[in-house]
Design a protein around this ligand. Sequence first.
Ligand code: ATP
Length: 322
Amino acid sequence: MIRLEGVHKIFGDGHAALAGVDLSVARGEVFGIIGRSGAGKSTLVRLLNGLERPTSGRVEVDGIDVAALGGADLRTLRRRIGMIFQNFGLLSSRTVAENVALPLKIGGEAASVTSARVGDLLARVGLQDQGAKYPAQLSGGQKQRVGIARALATGPDILLCDEATSALDPETTHSVLALIAELNRELGLTIVLITHEMEVVRQVCDRVAVLHAGRVVESGTVADVFLRPQAAETRAMIAVAGEDAPAIDFDGRVVRLMLRGDAVWQPVLTRIARETGTDFAILDGRIGRLKDDSFGQLTLGLSGGDVAAAVAALGRAGEVSA
Ligand SMILES: Nc1ncnc2c1ncn2[C@@H]1O[C@H](COP(=O)(O)OP(=O)(O)OP(=O)(O)O)[C@@H](O)[C@H]1O
């Protein structure tokens, strides 16, 4: 649905904000673009909705060359692409309902249609009773919900989220991301989510591209990138379990075990300990969730009993590396 091919963006001062980006986002996908400050994330978003043109390369939405659009065609495309921002972008002098109504008013929608639609949109984001309030009377999470309702006003099929949760505390981030995931599921929205936070990607994204100095240094499913990061820039953003653990002088064999799905919640270690007579020490580890999956990464110290049989059994339960 979205495709970037060999995209370069060089600003007037000669700075290459994007230096040859290729990526594609499928319809209905939640796609994360992660990178540190200055990586080129905002530039990339601005290319998607035609606010900037690539210096070279092609940006396509549904096969349409975005840079070639102007006037009415560009306005039509922008109605299909909703956007939410880190600082919410609400007008402080307008009520919540008026903020949400704005894109409809600009689009020339009749007042009666607008009012019914605003009611539906506010209900959709859980703010049905807040329409008469002003943004200053809302919490950060509520403000972002207003931003989402406004972004949905023109009935887009793509939602761009530019650091949409970066100003929110973790709990509020969680609930706004849950809403974004729900919109993806229930409305079939294609979502491109720009962030510098791996946790955000982990909670909602299907696939992710890691942007560094204007280039995609790694991309893939969230499970692949999160659990087996290859690029140094990705590894620096993700604390790889066991990697930063202090070297332990363990008297026995040390292995790393990765478990996925149901195996995470099974009594794998105790079963293998009983069967092989091997003792397990847990030297490092974490257990967590990816969007629709669970994972466990453990560094284990094995001693006593039949260690070789224990390692083989671990290999059947999950993935073992030295
Ligand atoms: N209009 C512009 N003119 C010149 N340089 C720019 C312009 N916009 C962005 N840049 C530069 O391009 C690079 C990428 O900027 P961009 O805002 O896309 O990064 P980012 O990953 O979104 O970072 P942040 O998270 O800090 O916003 C930066 O070095 C920035 O200074």
